[in-house]
Write a protein that binds this ligand. Structure first.
Ligand SMILES: *Cc1c(COP(=O)(O)O)cnc(C)c1O
Length: 446
């Protein structure tokens, strides 16, 4: 049955979806972002390109990545140590070229963001500054089922300050029988603990369910409670439009290798709201690269941080990982950053959700249940699908048939059509193969 979705989206006004390949191809022809697909390299298997729906885990390689890295290898070859201050892109200032682009992606001022380190490292460094437990206020509120690295980071921070995670960490969990959190529940937990919380730390988008949390509402509630509010944007940055500055978020960090295509272990980004820049009481774990840029090589005693987010740097800047991030950021720039990408993304996920229901209809029972919120504003590019029967076998058969999503125990298949490089035809073909495989593996369950 056709369904009508998102009447406000201008390029696809009152879209009626159809379950056939020609229709998917016609959407691709109308899609102004479709040509950007050619900027990426698709892995191949069985002599054919893979239908890659795994950008939530590792974004595809831009064709330009190699030349961005090569440029820096050439500088190193030709300039040696002089590369720090010589050449077209002196390494000393290389990060500045990225900051404006990163700021566009997360909705911040360029001075509020900086590329550095990797994500969990940055989460720790930012908690050093922004988790400052005191006698009565020492608790952290976070989502239950946060990404494990975040759980470990928070537990170890709490212990580092001498608290027991059992006392100091409050997790907000979905209600009985539900998969995702209700905003009202998050806000009421924050309000209920308003005397005790030092920090509210949430994911922007939950990695398992794909739920995009109401970041402005959480931030407001956290501030009303007198707490600092930070976000891990691993699954949100480069996926959904963000306004970190205007939403008054205190700090955030993200990785660049998921939706931002900067390669395995890619460099992380941080955001610190400018309102904190003048606070000289903030603790930092300091290192020479956070020192005032003009004075850095005077090598003097006593740490004086560089202004802005750059003052949180610790170690020598990572030029090669930054060059990979830069290559990808330039493609976001070509796309016009997040607003056009978001329009397409909503259509891709809507089409995928429609087709999954079509698969269920063909099978005659609800083999697949989508646990990602159906409301457009509550999700990003990822659709998490619980497979009722033979989940692992179905996932593996899809991979064998060139459809690469990703798998989460015990029975969740995550498919993430990425608007920079996925097409409507990709989504159609993925669903078509899912149906064929399901007919073989689970049709008898009806
Ligand atoms: C992917 C992801 C990480 C990974 O952290 P690294 O330090 O880059 O390994 C951490 N947190 C969240 C929420 C993630 O989605």
């Amino acid at each position: 049955m056709p369904c009508t979705l998102f009447p406000t989206i201008n390029i696809f006004i009152k879209m009626i979806f159809e379950n056939n390949q020609a229709f998917a191809q016609s959407l691709d022809r109308q899609d102004p972002l479709h040509p950007l697909r050619d900027e990426f390299l698709f892995p191949r298997q069985h002599n054919a390109p893979i239908i890659y729906l795994c950008g939530n885990s590792l974004g595809l390689q831009p064709k330009s990545s190699r030349s961005y890295v090569d440029q820096q290898l050439n500088n190193w070859e030709n300039l040696g140590v002089e590369g720090w201050f010589e050449g077209e892109t002196p390494w000393m200032y290389y990060h500045k070229a990225l900051k404006g682009l990163m700021a566009n992606i997360v909705g911040a001022g360029a001075h509020e963001v900086c590329p550095m380190n990797t994500l969990t490292v940055n989460l720790h460094l930012l908690m050093v500054s922004f988790y400052r437990p005191a006698a009565a206020r020492f608790k952290i509120i976070m989502e239950a089922g946060a990404f494990p690295s975040d759980q470990y980071a928070v537990e170890s921070q709490v212990r580092f300050h001498g608290y027991d995670p059992k006392d100091a960490i409050i997790e907000v969990a979905p209600r009985e029988g539900e998969h995702t959190l209700r905003t009202e529940d998050i806000l009421s937990v924050i309000a209920a603990h308003k005397e005790e919380i030092a920090l509210v730390l949430f994911g922007g988008i939950n990695y398992f369910t794909g739920q995009w949390f109401d970041m402005p509402a959480i931030t407001k509630a956290g501030h009303t409670a007198g707490a600092i509010v930070g976000f891990d944007l691993a699954h949100a940055a480069g996926n959904v439009p963000l306004q970190l500055h205007d939403w008054n978020i205190d700090f955030a960090c993200w990785c660049s290798y998921k939706y931002q295509n900067a390669g395995p272990g890619g460099i992380s980004g941080i955001f610190v709201h400018e309102k904190h820049f003048s606070d000289t009481q903030l603790h930092r774990f300091a290192g020479w690269w956070g020192y005032q840029e003009e004075q850095r090589f005077k090598m003097q005693k006593g740490f004086h941080p560089e202004a802005g987010a750059d003052g949180w740097q610790v170690s020598c800047t990572q030029v090669i990982p930054m060059s990979l991030y830069y290559a990808s950021l330039r493609i976001f720039e070509k796309a016009g950053f997040m607003e056009p990408l978001r329009e397409k993304s909503l259509q891709l996920t809507a089409y995928l959700c429609y087709l999954v229901q079509e698969v269920n209809k063909s099978l005659g029972f609800e083999q697949y249940k989508i646990i990602t919120p159906s409301t457009a504003g509550d999700r990003g590019a990822q659709v998490s699908i619980v497979a009722q029967y033979n989940a692992k076998e179905i996932f593996e058969a899809m991979v064998a048939n060139n459809v690469l999503g990703d798998w989460r125990e015990p029975n969740v298949i995550r498919l993430s059509p990425v608007p920079l490089y996925n097409s409507f035809e990709d989504v159609f073909l993925a669903a078509e193969r899912m149906l064929t495989i399901s007919k073989t593996l689970v049709a008898h369950k009806k």
